[in-house]
Design a protein around this ligand. Sequence first.
Ligand SMILES: Nc1ncnc2c1ncn2[C@@H]1O[C@H](COP(=O)(O)OP(=O)(O)OP(=O)(O)O)[C@@H](O)[C@H]1O
Length: 557
Amino acid sequence: MKIGYQLRKLFCLILTDCNPTQPDVLWEKHALQICDDLPHRLRMSFSIPNPTDGEVCDYGLFLLNEYLVGLGKSLTDYPQMPLPTRDWQQSGNNRLILEHEALAYEGLDVVADQKISQLNVEQLHADTEVTDSVLNNSGKIFFLNGLAGTGKIFVYNTIADSMRSKGHIVIMVASSGIASLLLTGGRTAHSTFKITLNVLDDFVCDIGKKSFKAELFKRGKLIVWDEVPMQHRYCVEAVDRSLQDLLGIKKPFGGITVVLGGDFKQTLPIIPKGTREQIVCASLIKSQLWQEVEVLTLVQNMRLTSDDEGNIKFADYLIEIGTNPEEIIELPLEITRCKNSEELLFKVYPKLNVERTATPDYLRDQTILSAHNDDVSDFNALAIHHFPGEMHEFFGADQAIEDDIRMEDRGNRIANENMQAPDPPSLPPFKDGLCNGTRLMMEQLGVRVIEVRILTGSHVNDRVFIPRITLQPTDSEIPFKMSSRQFPVRLAFAMTINKSQGQSVKIVGIDLQNPVFSHGQLYVALSRCTSLRNISVLLSSEENETTTNVVYPEILL
Ligand SMILES: Nc1ncnc2c1ncn2[C@@H]1O[C@H](COP(=O)(O)OP(=O)(O)OP(=O)(O)O)[C@@H](O)[C@H]1O
């Protein structure tokens, strides 16, 4: 089996995140394996009947560079690395435009028509409104407002397929990495628009007027931006300002049709230690831009299987949970109550302790959700305790960074126990189906590299190599700068409710021993499942039939 494509991605990850001291030696030693799939491509695409090793590796270097450019780097950032000697670019075209054009494959029009025929009435209305604006260059700004599971992603992808099949460029982004993986050709808003992490109210995206990105936006006919309610409004305003500037058109988003979307009943922007007023004020509906927005609403829940009477009632109950500001609520009796953590674990993961139970489908179809990171860690520890097989332990290497002071000279200034405590929330997003929140199944454990299978999103079942990488968390809670070298993975039998937003799962366990604490969390947790009968909960005590819900009515449409 040829694995050159995977190895090239791994090599780029090593260059960008592992600080290798001699990348050229690594390249010289493994270049032919890293390029083992390229002789065929040179024969097919460049009509070179018998490519030499030199030509193959030169083309490999060109592709490495292309991939690095996508990560915001280039081979010239690594002076020891050789550079390609030949210009393998097949045309002078913009790489980003080519990538987008490649999403319009032959037969896409048939796929799009088939999807359009599946749309329900409200979905079809949304599709018609948006496509009219694109085709007539009206430059309208829409907000696709839909409860969890009403098919917003289905609609975005349908519209994108239909527009792309007509030759138009559609730019698809989402506020979270996980949501971006559900969009065809999706990326995070942060990487597409070059939005920095701490955006202020006058921020302008760092995109040069003559850059490939600027050209792409000039050609773009439609921008789709999912999960906007969880994004700080300053980010959306920055993109609006930047596009007006780049395109030289004083209309919202430079006159491009834009579909913003999401559900204000779900989680809102995270403002560290923010008050309710600050969180609400960070929301898009408090922006001037909101006055330009036309709201399109989806109502029918397409996630819950409608052949079950209980599910139809549950869809109404979910609306109640998402809108009713009452703090203490009762859960429907159809939801299974568990007495303790073990019972919830085995309800969600039956036979977890039996060899060969954990297939990709088994791991993909179920999850346990909790509002709190600590509770998630406790569940993961419990699950791995019961998981059969040999235990491997990998140690991360944390290091404090202090300007101009060597580690050995630091004495006891930073207590040892602090070094393991931080669990940085700010891991960088990865590419090609991997981002913070992608669920994976471990296939092979190596010392320096692990091989994993992607379980969710558009790259489902892809197998990927991941090396140990060095990260510098940007968590302001940690009183010193640190770097951490480790495999960027963690156990995911359980995950936080915020991380689960956007995912559909067949069997869900919700740990409410410590109740939710923020707007939309209970609603997101209860709405992940495809059937009411497959939800189990663990409440704070056996006698207690109620739990806390947090809703900010002032944010709801
Ligand atoms: N018209 C449709 N025909 C068939 N299946 C659909 C249709 N619309 C949505 N679905 C399916 O319903 C499920 C939920 O849809 P989707 O994920 O698009 O909803 P969403 O509104 O984006 O949800 P969330 O807000 O929770 O992320 C998915 O499995 C999707 O494939």
